[in-house]
Design a protein around this ligand. Sequence first.
Ligand SMILES: Nc1ncnc2c1ncn2[C@@H]1O[C@H](COP(=O)(O)OP(=O)(O)OP(=O)(O)O)[C@@H](O)[C@H]1O
Length: 265
Amino acid sequence: MKLLTVNNLSAGYNGTDIIKNISFSVDSGQIIGILGANGCGKTTLIKSLANLHPHTGNCQLDTITVESVSQKELARLCGYIPQNNSISLDLTLFDVVMMGFNPELKLLQTPTRQMKETAIQALIDVGLGNRMYDNFQSLSAGQKQLCILARTFAGKRKLLLLDEPESALDFRLRYQAMELLQDYIQQNHASALITLHDSALALNYCDSLLILSDGRLIGTIIPSETSISDMEQLLSKIYGTISLSKLNDRLGNSRLVMMKEAETS
Ligand SMILES: Nc1ncnc2c1ncn2[C@@H]1O[C@H](COP(=O)(O)OP(=O)(O)OP(=O)(O)O)[C@@H](O)[C@H]1O
């Protein structure tokens, strides 16, 4: 079932389009990666989908047209994690996660007990259960990112828009965050659009990958179906010469590994 349909999306700055005529759709239950070189327009695309950046074209999310609803209404269906968190207030981690319920609460309405329990569980799930009442500002950059992820999971939105959520996480936590995301998507019949610079996460955790180059969608990879040579060809357009291999880990799970090759002239 389609959760999101994007039609002819273009957006930019100062009258110049940075992303150009992008169209794609996302089924429920999918994690879609957005890959592209620095500056190709990934953040601009994600912000446009969250209706936080002016654009032309339109996005249909479930039963709503993104461009025609209020931010609060959109926030009930869609959770957005920006590249850099902008929380500068002295709040506990618990308070930060509780902010995820704001779109559901009316003015002066207090959160329910179930919301509080969900927030606590979300913090435990990301490994921050023992820091729940610490000041958010006292966390490291990676821990802040995990706390924001917990807030997004607690909100139980149908669509998650995540802009490089792994950037501050160490090697182990990157994988843990992707596993948590997979569980979330399955349990909530949700979908995620996620910009990534980590090819191992992109190739091994995403159901499909949108390949952006210079603001255009130049192709789509379905890691479980697309041939290695087709994937290499597309990925080389954004990363230069690369090679891909399928390797088995010790448990026999097949993994895609991308290696940078010397540039050929
Ligand atoms: N506020 C702005 N004003 C003018 N130009 C901008 C603004 N924000 C971004 N740009 C330009 O738009 C282009 C795309 O930026 P964007 O942040 O969407 O790229 P990105 O693919 O997310 O990059 P990265 O991988 O480095 O995060 C860049 O050339 C950037 O300079």
